[in-house]
Design a protein. Structure first.
Length: 355
């Protein structure tokens, strides 16, 4: 894999149609190292700050200087008197850990790293109004830091895990390359690649529904994607692969192969390929079903729609999937997840199948 400069990366993003905001505002923060004594004297304004979490402090363990990213400090002017000093806007937990570590840098080339927002005293305002003005800036910065700053997504973690050879991450990347899929630039980079949206459900497909480190299983995932392609590949909603719909169609593929046989199997598969996309876009197919059990709910949504339409078309002799076939599908496949996800509804189905 070749490395790109920041400029080359930006050009590449724009060439691929990504909207990258431009412009700037605000004043840059000043970087400095603080000695342990300086950090000890930093203050916390609890009007907007969180209280110290002893559980979080203890979870970090011993202070690791390599992971000690800068704290954000507000340096209030001395004219504020009792309200003056250095106030921690973000990073009080790490500063507690640093002070307790025993490390004491020289404050020039070592110590606790800090990014400092400095304030000037406005002589046209009295002390209290200056304080309130500065406090408002601090609270706004605190809010922005803790809402705009994103936690690592699973995709971010997968990228890092691939770099150090994590077997599961490598397997996920491999499957995405085999299927020619990508999500946020993770996976395939070939021509004609499709983008996955709702990645969490796609991730469940590969990690919970299948054992992706088994070559035979990868073939089953490919079979599921082939069915998705036949149903949605050439439709407007198929421009991207909806992760929840993909997972549901893979589950449907398993239901067809493991739970049904002969004519009824062929009838449902043919109907799905020819008619399912006419009845449901990907979004509509999975609407309301975002839980881990979503493919089970979607399966029965498909069966219900199939039964309705096929009955209207062929009447009483239609090859429907009613209670007896539903129970037989579970018995034949030995797959408990082929049961209706609503326990009471499944009891009703079993009772109807065995009057």
């Amino acid at each position: 894999m070749s490395s790109l400069t920041i400029k080359e990366t930006l050009v590449d993003l724009k060439a691929k149609g990504y909207d990258v905001s431009s412009g700037f505002h605000g004043l840059p923060l000043k970087f400095e190292f603080a000695t342990r004594e300086q950090v000890e004297n930093n203050k916390v304004d609890e009007l907007y700050q969180r209280l110290i979490s002893i559980f979080k402090v203890n979870s970090y363990g011993e202070c690791n200087l390599s992971l000690l990213i800068p704290s954000i400090i507000s340096r209030r002017p001395k004219e504020l008197e009792e309200y003056s000093g250095d106030f921690v806007i973000d990073g009080q937990n790490k500063e507690i850990i640093y002070v307790n570590s025993g490390h004491d840098g020289d404050g020039k080339t070592s110590g606790c790293p800090q990014m400092v927002m400095e304030h000037e005293y406005d002589p046209t305002l009295d002390k209290i109004k200056n304080y309130k003005k500065i406090l408002k800036k601090e609270a706004q910065l605190f809010q922005q830091l803790n809402t705009l700053r994103k936690k690592l997504t699973r995709l971010d973690e997968l990228r890092a895990e691939v770099c150090y050879g994590d077997p599961l991450a490598l397997a996920i990347e491999s499957v995405m390359k085999v299927l020619n899929l990508e999500c946020d630039r993770f996976g395939s980079d070939k021509v004609g690649v499709k983008t996955v949206k709702s990645f969490s459900q796609f991730y469940y497909t590969l990690t919970a529904d299948y054992e992706i480190q088994n070559e035979l299983t990868i073939e089953k995932i490919k079979d599921g994607y082939d069915l998705w392609t036949k149903i949605y590949g050439d439709t407007p909603s198929g421009a991207k692969v909806h992760g929840t719909a993909f997972r549901a169609i893979c589950f449907l593929r398993r239901y067809l192969d493991e739970g049904l046989t002969n004519g009824i199997q062929k009838s449902l598969e043919t109907w799905c390929v020819n008619e399912l996309a006419k009845q449901f876009s990907q979004d509509k197919l999975v609407k309301g079903f975002g839980s881990f059990d979503s493919p089970r709910w979607v399966l029965y949504r498909i069966i219900d729609k199939y039964n309705d339409i096929i009955s209207n078309e062929y009447g009483t002799g239609a090859p429907t999937i009613r209670a007896k076939r539903m129970v037989e599908a579970v018995e034949l496949s030995e797959e408990e997840r082929f049961k209706h996800p609503d326990e009471e509804e499944w009891k009703r189905i079993v009772k109807e199948a065995n009057p």
